[in-house]
Write a protein that binds this ligand. Structure first.
Ligand code: GLY
Length: 560
């Protein structure tokens, strides 16, 4: 009897853990889009209400973000999607930018072999060949069900009607103002001051989108738009030519797929490092049953940090464009290899990154890029992450075409051993070559549970993307948070080098920080940035959808 009484709280606890958390985000019956702006989520959702599928909604949402969220939404950048159809078929699309034909390994080095400051980050010299327009056409041709014109028309209308500036957007535009003027002079659209409540209209972007509507992919990569774009970039000192644009192709890639406990995860493969790195992190923590600890306490933070430390050390050394380098994926993702990597892990003391690798670098920025998640009424799912790299990319804005150009060339390692703008140290595998794709951290991810769609997850955040996606999945699955709670939960990050843990503001107590410090963790207490803006969807046990829209931004879930 006494034993039974003692067992009751334990049974209740296990029972509690097994009941999925009640939703706290938007719940819809059938379909949902979660993206960085309400305008884009609405356009994507409307496409599905009209009978379009998730792939149609992807086309509309991606293009709508180029209008509503020029900070990272784009037609001058690139991205990745991972999809899962309702019949279980999965795939990935790489519409990542690539290096122009004129690019070469030392293009950002001076005569002494030193990296030339800003050349790979600011202005025309930083621009890679954009992939987004090729990406949306590839998706539409393969899986779309509505005519392309029906998908782009609401986006053109939005560009003409204009987008109301939010408080957060006004602050961002203000903080980038001087850089816009430095790169573009003082007479372009973004040299003006905008305040919250103003409406920004994009008539020139509407014109470019109309050319795409009328001529398809060629409306961007050939003819008038391509000629104007290439001349503009070259006049400003950059390298992208008409031939580069004409040769651009999006590529279908097999995603990285792995099991974690009762979950099956599907994430992006190289040239994104996202899938490989979260695969390594999850497999390194799997034997330790992280869910038995309280959320965001010392032990799960230690476990996650040590796995991330080891995974990022591999990421930075081995990964690059698979069309150019041989990546030893078989070894990197092998269970025994990963368990051996964690052999020296102990809860008593931090492992020093110098024992795993070497170098001293600094994280500079981490909030760019944008992500959206889509589920349609048939159960098809898309996880899409798209970027200009930095906020507003290279800051180079074509007034005539109405959009910003990326600074994605900085995602190559300009010089092995020297950090990029995210503080990531690259290696030979990610060195520059003509037509090569630069390594990415974008981690669009779909999770299945018991063979059914369970989560659609992703985020911006540069090098912090991978850890934010992994923590969001763990928050739902191991710590039993709702989708919205999992997105809201404070995040932390470690990326091997620099060897310190970074915490978001206000989410972690002084005592916890002191406890970690006493175990040898180096903690950057001066820098507590916001990490990522996760936009995610959870399929509830009754088949309804719960959105997790990140309040760190203006992100919004819309559906029906
Ligand atoms: N530009 C950020 C990334 O691709 O990871």
């Amino acid at each position: 009897m006494r034993r039974l009484i003692l067992a009751i709280p334990l049974l209740l606890f296990i029972q509690c853990k097994q009941q999925p958390a009640a939703p706290t985000g938007l719940v819809t019956e059938k379909a949902m889009v979660v993206s960085a702006r309400e305008e884009a989520s609405k356009i994507g959702s409307e496409v599905m209400r009209k009978g379009g599928n998730a792939f149609d909604a992807m086309v509309a949402t991606e293009l709508a973000l180029a209008v509503a969220y020029p900070f990272a939404g784009n037609i001058g950048g690139g991205g990745f999607i991972v999809y899962r159809k309702n019949n279980g078929e999965i795939g990935g699309l790489d519409y990542r930018e690539k290096a122009p034909l004129a690019a070469h390994k030392d293009m950002y080095l001076d005569s002494l072999g030193n990296v030339i400051p800003n050349m790979s980050t600011v202005g025309a010299t930083a621009v890679g060949v954009p992939g987004t327009v090729a990406g949306v056409f590839e998706v539409h041709e393969k899986f779309g069900s509505l005519p392309f014109s029906e998908l782009i028309e609401p986006v053109i209308a939005l560009a003409e009607r204009g987008v109301v500036v939010t408080e957060k957007q006004a602050k961002r535009i203000e903080s980038y103002h001087d850089r816009f003027v430095e790169v573009n002079g003082d007479s372009t659209k973004f040299a003006q001051a905008f305040k919250a409540g103003d409406t920004i209209k994009y008539p020139m972007l509407a014109k470019t989108l109309t050319a795409i509507k009328e001529k398809g992919k060629d409306g961007f990569y050939k003819g008038e738009v391509a000629e104007k774009l290439a001349s503009f970039i070259q006049e400003q000192g950059g390298f992208v030519t008409v031939e580069d644009l004409e040769r651009y192709e999006a590529k279908w890639r097999d995603p990285v797929v792995f099991n974690y406990k009762d979950l099956r995860m599907i994430s992006m493969s190289p040239p994104s490092s996202g899938g490989v790195t979260i695969n390594q992190i999850f497999k390194m923590i799997e034997p330790h049953n992280i869910g038995k600890y309280d959320h965001n306490t010392a032990r799960p933070i230690q476990l996650f940090t040590e796995a991330a430390r080891r995974a990022y050390a591999d990421r930075n050394y081995f990964l690059g464009d698979p069309d150019f380098v041989d990546i030893p994926l078989g070894v990197l993702l092998d269970d025994t290899y990963l368990q051996n990597r964690m052999k020296d892990f102990s809860f008593d003391n931090a492992t020093l990154s110098s024992a795993v690798g070497h170098g001293e670098v600094e994280i500079v920025e981490s909030s760019e890029t944008t992500h959206y998640s889509i589920v349609d009424a048939q159960g098809n799912a898309i996880s899409a992450t798209t970027t200009l790299n930095g906020g507003f990319g290279s800051k180079l804005y074509s007034e005539e075409l109405g959009f910003f150009l990326n600074n994605e060339m900085d995602d190559f390692s300009s010089k092995p051993g020297v950090p990029n703008m995210f503080g990531l140290i690259g290696a030979e595998a990610n060195s520059i070559a003509p037509e090569k794709r630069m390594l990415s951290s974008m981690t669009p991810t779909i999770v299945e549970k018991d063979g059914h769609l369970y989560l659609v997850v992703g985020t911006p955040g540069g090098s912090t993307i991978i850890t934010a996606v992994a923590q969001t999945i763990l928050n739902v699955h191991e710590f039993n948070l709702s989708m919205q709670e999992a997105v809201n939960a404070p995040r932390f990050h470690h990326q091997w080098l620099p060897d310190y843990v970074v915490f978001e503001p206000d989410g972690f107590s002084k005592e916890l920080i002191e406890e970690l410090k006493s175990k040898g963790y180096k903690i950057n207490e001066e820098r507590t940035p916001i990490m990522g803006k996760v936009d995610a969807i959870r399929v509830l046990p009754d088949g309804k959808l719960e959105g997790g829209a990140d309040r760190r931004g203006d992100d919004t879930a819309v559906g029906f």
